[in-house]
Design a protein around this ligand. Structure first.
Ligand code: TYM
Length: 360
């Protein structure tokens, strides 16, 4: 039995006379990044183009550069405010969405969060003591939720733990970069804070992750009221919207008076620019906006172009997705392979965490 193991036994038996805690600190094995880029999506509804632009498109771009991404279906996060039966119904859909959007199961790893529920919830618990209740209550997403439709009296504790659960996902994978929309920035900050605090106390266990984008996107609702969100369907373009619906939604989108480029219009320009398939379409967008800036009434033309770009994007996506869903039987095998790899990585991380905490 090594000296450290002996100390542990004494400590367990409550007979330790050691008051020098540094002796009890276990030697640290510095952990390295394991996953270059990681992101997750909650299976709560059909995805919107904001989910694609904020989180998935950056992944596809990195995959094209030869990086192997890891993406997952965040069904435990979905449980914060959705019924299990609803969640169940969207899981395969999110996997099909990832693949139809360009995540290549041969290059990427796709897993279901609850397939590693033991590891995720264990790390959530072990991280929880490194952040105070007051700090969690200051996380803007929680503050907004509590203001909007949930009160502390009725909010469930999983909602409260949401950022720590997210930190567990990222830290278990030892991910370097996390592409997310702007709404998730605060959660990445909590993740970084938890990792730093843990490392300070126990040694460099967690490599510190960061947001991928220098400036994460905030796609606005077409109506301009807040961000585009699954919970506000009229202001959102869903990846499953049919072409007529898209045209209707964009026609009733709010834009801006001549010469003015407000936040709403900026968001529309961003969507059009990112979804455009060709350089000439992007040039068309620029040219119309230049005319707008000189005071010409071109918003009707802009909307026509905007509709065409989004419809082309969705037609291609929906074609691919339909093909995948015609025979979804291979999705379980994709998730099975994903779970195996995710579990191996998670166990490796968790073993080190437990070791430095004297839990093994
Ligand atoms: P979810 O499903 O709510 O959102 C998935 C991704 O879509 C981004 N997003 C947006 N981006 C730009 N503009 C918008 N209007 C917009 N709306 C949504 C979100 O920022 C997100 O990146 N908590 C995550 C799921 C998750 C996760 C993780 C992500 C759980 N664990 C670990 C990364 C790493 C979420 O918001 O899912």
């Amino acid at each position: 039995m090594s000296i450290l193991d002996k100390n542990k036994v004494e400590h367990y038996n409550g007979i330790s006379t050691l008051n020098n805690h540094s002796i009890l600190k276990r030697g640290v094995r510095t952990m390295k990044y394991k996953v270059e880029v990681l992101t997750g999506i909650r299976p709560t509804n059909d995805l919107t183009i904001a989910n694609y632009l904020g989180a998935v498109m950056p992944i596809i771009e990195l995959q094209a550069q030869g990086i192997s991404p890891v993406v997952f279906v965040a069904d435990l996060h979905a449980l914060t405010d959705n019924e299990p039966a609803t969640i169940r119904q969207y899981i395969y859909g999110v996997v099909a969405d990832y693949i139809a959007l360009g995540v290549d199961p041969q290059k990427a790893n796709i897993y279901l969060q609850s397939d590693i529920i033991g590891e995720v919830t264990t790390l959530t618990t072990l991280l929880s003591r490194h952040i105070s209740v007051a700090e969690l209550l200051r996380v803007p997403t929680l503050k907004d939720k509590l203001k909007a439709n949930t009160r502390p009296e009725t909010a469930n504790t999983l909602l409260f733990l949401y950022p720590i659960l997210m930190a567990a996902d990222i830290l278990l994978n030892r991910a370097r970069k996390v592409p997310v929309g702007e709404d998730q920035l605060a959660h990445i900050e909590v993740t970084r804070l938890l990792a730093r605090r843990f490392n300070k106390k126990y040694g460099e266990v967690f490599p510190i992750p960061d947001v991928l984008q220098v400036k994460p996107l905030r796609i606005l609702s077409l109506k301009g009221e807040g961000k585009m969100s699954k919970t506000n369907p009229n202001g959102a373009i869903f990846l499953t919207d049919n072409l007529k619906t898209v045209a209707r939604k964009i026609k009733s989108a709010e834009t801006a008076f001549e010469m003015i480029v407000n936040e709403k219009l900026k968001s529309h320009i961003l969507i059009a620019g990112k979804l455009a398939k060709t350089e000439s379409e992007r040039e068309e967008v620029d040219a119309i906006i230049q005319e707008h800036k000189t005071g010409k009434p071109v918003m009707g033309r802009f909307k026509q172009l905007f509709i065409r770009i989004v419809q082309n994007f969705l037609a291609e996506f929906q074609g691919k997705r339909a093909e995948i869903m015609r025979d979804p039987s291979y999705i379980p095998s994709v998730l099975e392979k994903g779970a195996k790899i995710a579990r191996e990585n998670a166990i490796e991380t968790l073993q080190e965490v437990k070791r430095v905490l004297w839990l093994t």
